[in-house]
Ligand binder design. Structure first.
Ligand code: TK8
Length: 345
C-alpha cells in the first residue's frame, strides 16, 4: 500500500471516530434519561369537594413547581388508601408517604394531640390558628417525630356541630339516648356520655352508610363536611354547637423525610404552610356560605342562644378533670394560657 492510501485510511478511521463521539457514543449508549420523578402519595378521608382537598391541590402545585418537577404529588380522596388511623399507621410503616388526618383519632399514638379534643378549648378560629402556628403547636408537631411521623403543619378541619335524624336539639336533654357517631377518641366519647347520648366510635368512611341505614342517629362535623359530603341527604337537623375544634395535621412518614435532602424537606414544609393558608381561607368561605345552603337543602339549622350554649358547656366540663392529666397537665396549661393571652387583646 502506498503511503497516500495508508494516510487516507487513517484519516477515514479518525473521521469515523470523531463522528461517533459527536453522536454521543453511537446508538449503543442512549442519551441519559431524565431522572425518574419521585412520587409522593397523599391520602385523606374527605372527598374531592372538601376544603381539605382544596389544600391538597395547592400543596401539590407548590411542591411540583418548587422542586422543578422532580416530585410528583398524587392525591387520594375518600379514604382510598385507608381511614385516618390506617393511613397514619402506613406512614409509620413507610408504605405510604403522606396523609392529613384529623388529630382526634391519633391520640392513642400521641397523647399531646388530645389537648385539642377538650371541649370548647378554643373560642374562635383566629385564636386556634395562632396557637396551632405558634410555639405550642410546634412543640406538639415535634412530639410526633418519636412516633415515626413528621408533622408539617396544622390545617383547618373546624368547629364541630351536631347533626341528627331524630329531633331538633336545643338542650342537652334533647340529646339523651341519641346514637351519635364520634371519632375514635376517648374525650369525644366522654363528652357525649356526659350529655346523656349513646356515642359510638367509627371511622369516617363508614358514617354516611351508618346514617342512611339508621344504625346511628347522628354525627358531628364542621359545616363544610356536612355540606360537601351531602350529610343533609340523611340528616334532618343540625345544631351549631361548635363543641370541639379539630385540626388536620399534615403528616409525612419519617422514613421518607429522613431520605430527603435538607432542601427538599424545606420545599415540603413551605408548601404545607402556603397550602395551609389557602385551605383555611377555603374553609372559612365554606363555613360562611354553607349554613344557608344546608337550610336550602332542607335541614333545620339551629343556632343556640348563649344560655343554651352554656348548658352544653357546663355538661361537658368534667371532661377537663378526667383527661388533663392524661394529655399532660403542662401542655393543657400552655394552650389555655395562650388562649387567655390572645383573647384579652
Ligand atoms: C376524614 C376525617 C373527618 C373527621 C371525622 O378522614 O372523622 O369525622 O372530622 O374529617 O378526619
Amino acid at each position: 500500500m502506498s503511503k497516500k492510501v495508508i494516510a487516507l485510511c487513517i484519516a477515514v478511521v479518525m473521521g469515523l471516530a470523531v463522528l461517533a463521539a459527536g453522536c454521543g457514543g453511537g446508538d449503543k449508549k442512549a442519551a441519559p434519561a431524565a431522572p425518574a420523578k419521585k412520587v409522593i402519595k397523599i391520602s385523606i378521608g374527605l372527598n374531592e369537594q372538601s376544603h381539605e382537598y382544596a389544600g391538597l391541590k395547592k400543596f401539590k402545585e407548590e411542591v411540583e413547581k418548587n422542586s422543578k418537577g422532580r416530585y410528583e404529588v398524587q392525591l387520594y380522596a375518600n379514604a382510598q388508601l385507608g381511614d385516618d388511623v390506617k393511613a397514619t399507621e402506613a406512614l409509620r410503616a413507610g408504605t405510604l408517604e403522606m396523609t392529613a388526618p384529623s388529630t382526634s383519632p391519633l391520640t392513642g399514638m400521641s397523647k399531646e394531640l388530645g389537648v385539642f379534643d377538650l371541649p370548647f378549648i378554643f373560642p374562635n378560629s383566629e385564636v386556634a390558628y395562632k396557637v396551632l402556628d405558634g410555639p405550642v403547636g410546634q412543640k406538639i408537631l415535634d412530639s410526633l417525630q418519636s412516633k415515626g411521623l413528621v408533622g408539617l403543619a396544622f390545617w383547618d378541619n373546624g368547629f364541630r356541630h351536631l347533626t341528627n335524624s331524630v329531633r331538633e336539639v336545643k338542650t342537652p336533654e334533647d340529646v339523651k339516648g341519641m346514637k351519635v357517631r364520634t371519632m375514635q377518641n376517648p374525650m369525644h366519647l366522654a363528652a357525649w356520655k356526659a350529655l346523656g347520648a349513646n356515642p359510638t366510635p367509627m371511622p369516617f368512611s363508614e358514617v354516611f352508610t351508618a346514617m342512611q341505614q339508621k344504625t346511628i342517629d347522628g354525627q358531628e362535623n364542621p359545616v363544610p363536611t356536612i355540606y360537601q359530603q351531602k350529610f343533609y341527604e340523611v340528616q334532618k337537623y343540625c345544631t351549631l354547637t361548635g363543641h370541639i375544634y379539630t385540626p388536620f395535621v399534615v403528616l409525612m412518614s419519617k422514613k421518607v423525610w429522613d431520605g430527603m435532602s435538607k432542601e427538599d424537606q424545606k420545599i415540603f414544609k413551605d408548601a404545607a404552610v402556603v397550602a395551609r393558608d389557602h385551605e383555611r381561607k377555603v374553609s372559612a368561605d365554606m363555613n360562611k356560605s354553607q349554613v344557608e345552603k344546608l337550610r336550602q337543602a332542607g335541614m333545620t339549622v339551629t343556632e343556640l342562644t348563649p344560655a343554651q350554649l352554656k348548658a352544653f358547656q357546663d355538661a361537658v366540663a368534667p371532661v377537663y378533670g378526667e383527661f388533663s392529666g392524661k394529655i399532660g397537665a403542662d401542655i393543657v396549661k400552655a394552650v389555655q394560657e395562650e388562649v387567655k393571652k390572645l383573647t384579652k387583646k
